[in-house]
Design a protein around this ligand. Structure first.
Ligand SMILES: Nc1nc2c(ncn2[C@@H]2O[C@H](COP(=O)(O)OP(=O)(O)OP(=O)(O)O)[C@@H](O)[C@H]2O)c(=O)[nH]1
Length: 348
């Protein structure tokens, strides 16, 4: 019997730094190791795959990246994930490792369970589930699960009378973890970081490792080769949503996403200011995409996590490529698509 292919599942909330971590992993993977990458995005634009394919590293081979953008991986396990895995496994050239980046909205448990399907179990095992947490967001009280933090949040927000679905989702991602990476440590001071770590620790199964990182810079040898066989241990990784829905497929009722394209924009600064205003006015959780800045030979990659908007030119436009601005917007339901679209169109 041939050895099973180890698979690392990367989960973590919207904008926590999963793609950044994957990019670091690919850049630092041992030479000659062939890694397949399955990327699941919420929204239909393929931004993460594009960012990774634009990285220029030898390990970021476009043909080894598979994108699952038809909804969330945990809801499309049977229709999409299993066939995708089967197609990967049937390839002539064999992979040494598989990395799956789930969408920030995915519940990890159904995906982990899928590794017990006979077709998959025979050939693949989960090496480890890695959950990326955003130290900055957590320190601001978003998705904190301890009572004091929820109480503090309640006092600030009169509309909040129960734990938000986002908090539960985050707890599910923590309860599934074999390792947690507390990312964005550059954005918080040491005392705050300590508190964030304590809060996270309270949600974890005993023995789960915590690693602090900035920009996903972690020792790759600690990440690959954990040997956890997480699929054999699913009972110890409870999920709020699965418990509430009696194990039935959960619907992503709580979130919404859409994309829009602008054929022209006035300029970079104006666009970024427009995005910032739109996010603040409409409670957008996450916005990402690429912009065609007038006169620029490269496309502008845009990333917004909550109110923080960043942008950088990631690669030159390709000959014949449509130079348009395409953005994906993600937020809690109900997302006022018309108003958000109108607001972003002010950049045109
Ligand atoms: N300051 C700081 N920014 C970071 C760090 N890690 C990632 N970022 C930035 O945070 C933004 C989101 O990072 P991504 O890696 O795209 O996050 P993600 O988890 O893949 O996001 P989704 O795909 O939307 O779920 C980007 O602008 C990153 O450059 C970090 O450690 N520090």
């Amino acid at each position: 019997m041939t050895a099973k292919i180890p698979t690392t599942v990367i989960t973590g909330f919207l904008g926590a730094g999963k793609t950044t971590l994957v990019r670091h992993m690919l850049a630092h993977a041992p030479k000659g190791k062939r890694i397949a990458l399955i990327i699941n995005e919420f929204g239909d634009l393929g931004v993460d795959k594009d960012i990774l394919a634009g990285c220029g590293d030898e390990t970021c081979r476009e043909e080894d990246m598979v994108e699952l953008s038809n909804g969330c991986i945990c809801c499309t396990v049977a229709d999409e994930f299993i066939p995708t895995m089967q197609a990967l496994l049937a390839r002539e050239e064999k992979f040494d490792h598989i990395v799956i980046e789930t969408s920030g909205l995915a519940l990890p448990q159904p995906l982990i369970r899928a590794f017990n399907w006979p077709e998959i179990k025979a050939q693949v095992t989960i090496d480890g589930v890695v959950t990326v947490a955003d130290a900055a967001a957590l320190s601001e009280g978003r998705f904190a699960s301890d009572e004091a933090a929820v109480d503090a949040q309640r006092r600030q927000d009169e509309m909040l009378d129960h734990e938000t679905p986002l908090g539960e989702l985050f707890e599910d991602q923590l309860s599934a973890a074999d390792m947690v990476i507390i990312n964005k440590t550059d954005l918080v001071d040491p005392a705050t970081l300590e508190k964030v770590e304590q809060n996270i620790r309270a949600e974890l199964r005993p023995g789960v490792g915590i690693v602090r990182a900035a920009n996903g810079h972690v020792d790759i040898t600690a990440l690959l080769g954990m040997g956890m066989s997480s699929e054999s241990d699913i009972a110890n990784r409870p999920s709020h949503h699965e418990l509430e829905h009696g194990g039935e497929t959960h619907e992503h009722d709580d979130f919404d996403s859409f994309s829009l394209t602008l054929s022209t924009i006035q300029g970079k600064d104006h666009l970024l200011a427009t995005i910032e205003d739109t996010i603040k006015a409409h409670d957008v959780l996450r916005l990402k995409g690429f912009a065609a800045v007038p006169g620029a030979a490269a496309r502008l990659a845009i990333q917004a996590v909550g109110p923080r908007v960043t942008a950088y030119f990631d690669r030159p436009w390709k000959p014949g490529e449509a130079r348009v601005t395409s953005l994906v917007v993600i937020g809690e339901q109900p997302l006022d698509r018309a108003a958000i679209t109108q607001s972003l169109q002010a950049a045109a």
